[in-house]
Ligand binder design. Structure first.
Ligand code: PAN
Ligand code: ZN
Length: 199
């Protein structure tokens, strides 16, 4: 079989070059039901408008171990109650697969945790590379209220995405804006791995 040809991509230029990506995913508020701590703020915001929270631009490659899936993640600025806009977050279905994130623009954090309940939060700013090791669930949070958080990501083709575990148990830590400061607090609704949801 003839091997694929090498190819290049302008990761970030104009709206026009973004159209070079193969796939564009748009996640709005309605897709994050139950993920924000302040349910009343969530409901009120959704009643106004199904706001776009984040977008993902993917280069489509075969989902097999030797391939690398890559693309651009854009988390828009904003809050639901005190909680910054963020991605759903997920474990990789193949838990032993890692991921690299390279921050291109904006300010943010990556909230991470393992199935055993260990947690970590790393700051993202332009020029910083974050290595998410195998086993760590990950969620990007935009901690700037003025500009989008742009990251480039790369992960193995066979990783897959397990969203259900996080939808059920949440992340252990929440990233909030309190009196203009970014604070990390314990998620009161977090249920320990394997214990199901708190309510
Ligand atoms: C990224 C994420 C992207 C959006 O490509 O998929 O940032 O986040 P959610 O998938 O949690 O909605 C990645 O981590 N892929 O594995
Ligand atoms: Zn991932």
């Amino acid at each position: 079989m003839k091997p694929d040809e090498p190819f290049t991509l302008e990761v970030l230029q104009s709206e026009a070059t973004l159209s070079r990506y193969d796939n564009h995913i748009v996640r709005t508020l309605s897709s994050m039901k139950g993920q924000y701590a302040d349910q009343a703020a969530y409901d009120a915001m959704l009643a106004e408008q199904d706001t776009v929270l984040y977008e993902v631009y993917e280069v489509r490659r075969p989902e097999v171990p030797g391939e690398l899936l890559h693309g651009l993640s854009v988390v828009h600025p904003g809050k639901v109650g005190d909680e910054y806009f963020m991605t759903k977050g997920h474990f990789h279905t193949v838990l032993e697969t890692a991921e690299v994130y390279y921050c291109l623009r904006g300010r943010g954090v990556m909230v991470m945790e393992t199935p055993e309940g260990d947690w970590a939060i790393e700051e993202l700013h332009p020029g910083r590379v974050l290595y998410v090791p195998p086993r760590w669930a990950h969620r990007s949070v935009n901690t700037s209220l003025d500009e989008p958080l742009l990251t480039f990501f790369v992960y193995p083709g066979n990783s897959g995405h397990d969203y259900g575990t996080i939808e059920q148990q949440g992340f252990r830590k929440l990233v909030l804006c309190r009196e203009d400061q970014t604070v990390y607090i314990d998620n009161p609704n977090w249920s320990p791995p394997g214990k199901g949801h708190a309510d």
